[in-house]
Design a protein around this ligand. Sequence first.
Ligand SMILES: C[S@@+](CC[C@H](N)C(=O)[O-])C[C@H]1O[C@@H](n2cnc3c(N)ncnc32)[C@H](O)[C@@H]1O
Length: 308
Amino acid sequence: MGAIARELPHSFEAALKLAQGILSGSEWLVRRGSIPAEAEQIVIAAAGLQSRLELYSRIKDRLNDEAGQKVIVMAMARAEGKILQHLIGHQDFMDHRYEVGPEVLVPRPETEVLVRTAMERLSVPPVPEPRLGLEVGLGSGAISIELLCHFPALRMRATELTPEARALAGRNAARILPAPDRLQVLAPADPLQVLEPFLSATEERLGADFLISNPPYLQQDDPIDPDVVKGEPGTALFAPPGNPLHFYRAIAQSGHRLLRDGGQVFLEMPSFRAIAIEWVFRDNGWDTEILRDLAGEERILVARARST
Ligand SMILES: C[S@@+](CC[C@H](N)C(=O)[O-])C[C@H]1O[C@@H](n2cnc3c(N)ncnc32)[C@H](O)[C@@H]1O
C-alpha cells in the first residue's frame, strides 16, 4: 500500500498530524467528526502507549520508524473503512480493556447501559445477591466478565456459537478475572438454538437469578452502517432471515424454566422493534419495562415472570 511513499513522522506530534491528514481523506470519517479522537487512538496503539495522558506528555518526543510506519498503515486502513478497534486490537468497556477482533462484535456503549441496568436491578433490596447468571451470545465476554467483577459471589453460564469468539472471550476472562472458572462457556448444537444448552445442562429447574443477552437482532434490509456489515461478524449481527425476533421469542417462551421465582431478564434490542419485542414477553406472561439508552432510544427490556 502507498504507506511506503509517505514520509515517516519523527515525533508523536508529527504522527498525530499525519494520521489526521490521512483520515481526513475519508468523507465518511469527516462526517462522523471523529478524526481527532481516532488519530490519537492510532498513534497510542502504534507506539505502544497506555493512554492519552502518556501521548500528550511525550508529544514532542522522537518516534521510532517502526511506530511511524505503523501509524501510516493503520490510518490508511481506517480511511479505507476498516474498523478502528480491529486495527488497535481492543475496546474499553466499563472498567476493563477487552481484546477484540474480526471474530467478535466490538462491545458498544449502549451495552454498557444494559450491564449497568442489570447491576442496579440486581442490587435493589430485597433482591438477594445474584449467584447464578446466564448469558446468550457471549461474544468478547464483556457483559459476563463485568458482571462477575461486580458481584463477587456470582457464577455465569454463557452460550456462544462460534469457536473463535469462545476462544477470544476465554482470553479476556483469563486476563481480567482472578478466577476465570466462574465463567462457564457452552456451545449451542446449531445456530438456531437459544436456551437449549442451558436446558440440557440440567434436568431440574436451573433457578438462575437472571438471564442477560445482547442477541443478534438485525435483518439484512435494516438500516445499518455499511462498515459494520462489512467488518463485523454476520453471526453477531443477524437473526435468522425473516425472523428478527427469534432470540427474544425463545427467551420469552422458555426463560421461566431457567430462572428462580422473581428472576429477571435483561435484553438489548433494536429501538425499531422494541414494541414488538415487549409484546412477545407480555403475551408469554412477563411483566416488562423498556428503558432508553444514552441517545434516548428505547433499547433495554427488563422482564420479570408474572407471578401466577
Ligand atoms: C450481538 S453479539 C453480542 C456479543 C456480546 N455479548 C456483546 O454484547 O458485545 C451476539 C453474539 O451471539 C453469538 N451467537 C449467534 N447465534 C448464537 C446462538 N444460537 N447461541 C449462542 N450465541 C450465538 C454471536 O456469535 C455473537 O458473538
